[in-house]
Design a protein around this ligand. Structure first.
Ligand code: C2E
Ligand code: CA
Ligand code: CA
Length: 616
């Protein structure tokens, strides 16, 4: 610890040395250096105030703890020196050695303060007293320094910690963002949307939720690639955000599905919001080099305040409404109503019952003759499925087939139908059987091999099986469908395009498919004699089909007038209640052997359990 002594009387220097227990002043080396190394103190003695200032200014790292200033010594202006020293070093302790009368001089304290760093010793002084005071001050000075060091270290550590904390907070914020946002669009994801839904529900206010799904998005992905699909999703999301109400939450739930949560006073207002959202989706998007026309379906749910609903339940309802929207032909908005819930429950019950139906022997096939227009020869029978449920009675085929088609049951059901139909062929002389295949059956992997295997197992020639498919089965993947049909037909199977005229394909398009016949949908036959358009459509279908070498079966022929009109138009085959209703197996076998329909044959008894067909 360094102590500076300012005094211009050399005799006094010796005295100071003594005070601090210095060796004899006659020691020339120590005297010359003006310093003396003591046990604890390093003493620096100077004569003038200016020297003291120099010492302090040049102390560098070796700062002084205490300066002893003999204020009344001649040539030293003690007060000025004290002020100068203080200006250089704010931490140094100043000990003023002075006449008793000058102790506590307010002016000195003023220029060289603070007061806790100035103390006074009255002259004449006792050596031990000076050493003791200097020692106390010096030690306090060192511990203050240590403390300051520790404080600085602590402050640095605190600053580092604060920085770390800020970095952690930023990381946590980023993690939160990732957990709650969709990386493709940066919109809130399903998780975040469900939370927002829960929060909105908890407020007890009215609100609305729209579930939006792009129509035929898969086609975009398949045709233009996933980059284009991603870009379209991004653009649609931006369009939705732009067109949603200001306070709405627009989320991407995944794939091409979006959800919008918004407040709307009532059904009409909510409907208008959805109209805007639908219009935003149904526009042309410039995706890379392509201009893609998108469209969407919307399921809408209105939640009235009061009883807070479960967010999952709101989602489920929106989903039901969306499914309905898609079922009704896409590009539309459907508002959820309780009947949808009921219809879902009903569908579930049907699905459950159907799963048991095969095992419980509740299914059977009926057979409707397909006859040649000229001499009414029966060339084939269409196999039609019937289900007599012990719980619900006879269930309309048009009702349970779509349900089976939405689940995997259609495959099991289809296999059963095919097996039965092929077995029935043994009972007919040479007619073929026409079996309906749903789009899902047709698109199944190894469909061809599967059918071939069944036919071989039954020991039947492929020419005796006609496969009826609808346009939907071949529309989605036309290339693959064309190949499947070609292979089937190469092997000798007959192919019929069912319900023709109700789908999208034009006669021009169907040229690429290997077909044997078109079945003109009943709705056109109904119109014959009533509407000019129907007659014209039927006429042109028959014309073009004949040009392509295809047979034409008119479905749902119910009146003699229709028979007459179809014969004139050149329709090759007829099917319908006027010729025969679908028949039970035994009746079908009988009539197959008779070969020709006659007016008497037309009046065969109706098979039990199919009375409902008369109306629909
Ligand atoms: P579809 O293939 O168009 O079958 C013709 C439907 O029209 C049958 O109804 C038939 O009974 C009815 N029909 C025939 N002539 C007339 C008529 O003159 N007037 C009226 N009003 N109706 C007539 P069904 O049997 O109820 O079958 C409905 C639909 O269910 C069928 O339409 C077909 O798409 C499907 N389907 C029936 N059986 C099967 C099957 O085994 N497998 C598959 N996948 N679908 C089947
Ligand atoms: Ca059919
Ligand atoms: Ca049909």
């Amino acid at each position: 610890m360094r102590i500076l002594v300012v005094n211009d009387e050399p005799s006094m220097h010796a005295r100071y040395r003594q005070c601090f227990g210095a060796p004899d002043a006659t020691d020339p080396a120590a005297a010359q250096a003006g310093t003396n190394d003591l046990r604890e103190f390093e003493l620096v003695l100077v004569d003038q105030g200016g020297d003291a200032v120099d010492q302090l200014a040049n102390a560098g790292e070796d700062q002084f703890a205490v300066a002893l200033i003999d204020i009344c010594a001649s040539g030293v202006d003690g007060r000025q020196t004290a002020a100068q020293l203080r200006a250089i070093d704010p931490d140094i302790n100043l000990v003023i050695i002075t006449e008793p009368s000058a102790i506590g001089n307010a002016e000195t304290a003023l220029v060289a303060g603070p007061p806790d760093k100035i103390c006074y010793i009255a002259k004449p002084f006792e050596a031990p007293q000076v050493a003791q005071i200097a020692g106390v001050l010096g030690r306090r000075w060192s511990s203050d320094r240590l403390l300051a060091l520790a404080r600085a270290e602590l402050a640095a550590k605190t600053a580092a910690l604060e920085l770390q904390q800020r970095e952690l907070a930023e990381l946590a914020r980023q993690a939160m963002h990732i957990a709650n946002h969709d990386p493709l669009t940066d919109a809130p994801n399903r998780h975040a949307f469900l939370r927002a839904l829960g929060e909105e529900a908890a407020t007890g206010n009215d609100f609305a939720m729209a579930l939006i799904d792009l129509d035929r998005f898969k086609l975009v992905n398949d045709t233009f690639g996933h980059w284009a699909g991603d870009e379209l999703v991004r653009q649609v999301c931006a369009a939705l955000r732009q067109n949603a109400p200001e306070d709405a939450v627009v989320a991407r739930l995944g794939g091409d599905e979006f959800a919008v949560l918004f407040t709307a006073p009532g059904e009409q207002a909510a409907g208008m919001v959805c109209d805007r959202l639908l219009a935003a989706c149904a526009s042309n998007f410039q995706v890379f080099d392509h201009s893609l026309h998108a469209s969407a379906s919307i399921g809408l749910v209105l939640v009235e305040g009061g009883q807070p609903p479960n967010p999952i339940d709101v989602m489920r309802r929106a989903d039901l409404a969306l499914t309905e929207a898609k079922r009704r032909g896409r590009g539309i908005i459907r508002l959820f109503d309780e009947a949808m819930d009921e219809s879902i429950r009903f569908r579930r019950r049907i699905e459950g019952g159907l799963a048991q139906a095969i095992a419980n022997d509740e299914l059977r096939l009926v057979y409707q003759p397909i006859v040649e227009r000229g001499d009414l020869e029966i060339v084939a029978f269409e196999a039609l499925l019937r289900w007599d449920s012990p719980d619900y009675g006879t269930i309309p085929t048009g009702l349970f087939i779509p349900i089976a088609e939405e689940s995997n049951l259609i495959h099991e059901l289809g296999d059963w139908v095919l097996t039965q139909a092929l077995e029935m062929l043994q009972r007919w002389p040479d007619q073929y059987v026409s079996v309906n295949f749903s789009p899902r059956q047709f698109r199944r992997q190894n469909f061809v091999a599967h059918v071939v295997e069944r036919v071989q197992h039954a020991g039947i020639a492929p020419t005796r099986l006609q496969i009826e498919i609808t346009e939907t089965a071949i529309a989605d993947d036309a290339e693959r469908a064309a190949e499947t049909l070609y292979r089937l037909r190469q092997m000798g199977f007959r192919i019929a395009l069912d319900d023709f005229g109700t789908g999208y394909s034009s006669l021009y398009n169907i040229r690429r498919f290997s077909l044997d016949c078109l079945k003109i949908d009943k709705s056109f036959i109904d119109g014959i004699g009533r509407e000019r358009e129907s007659a014209a459509i039927v006429q042109s279908i028959i014309h073009l089909a004949r040009a392509l070498g295809l047979e034409v079966v008119a479905e749902g022929v119910e009146t003699p007038a229709q028979v007459q009109a179809l014969r004139i138009a050149g329709c090759s085959h007829l099917q319908g209640y006027h010729l025969s209703r679908p028949l039970e197996a035994d009746a079908a076998a009988d009539i197959a052997h008779q070969r020709y329909m006659s007016p008497a044959v037309i009046k065969l008894p109706v098979a039990p359990g199919i009375a409902s067909e008369a109306s629909g």
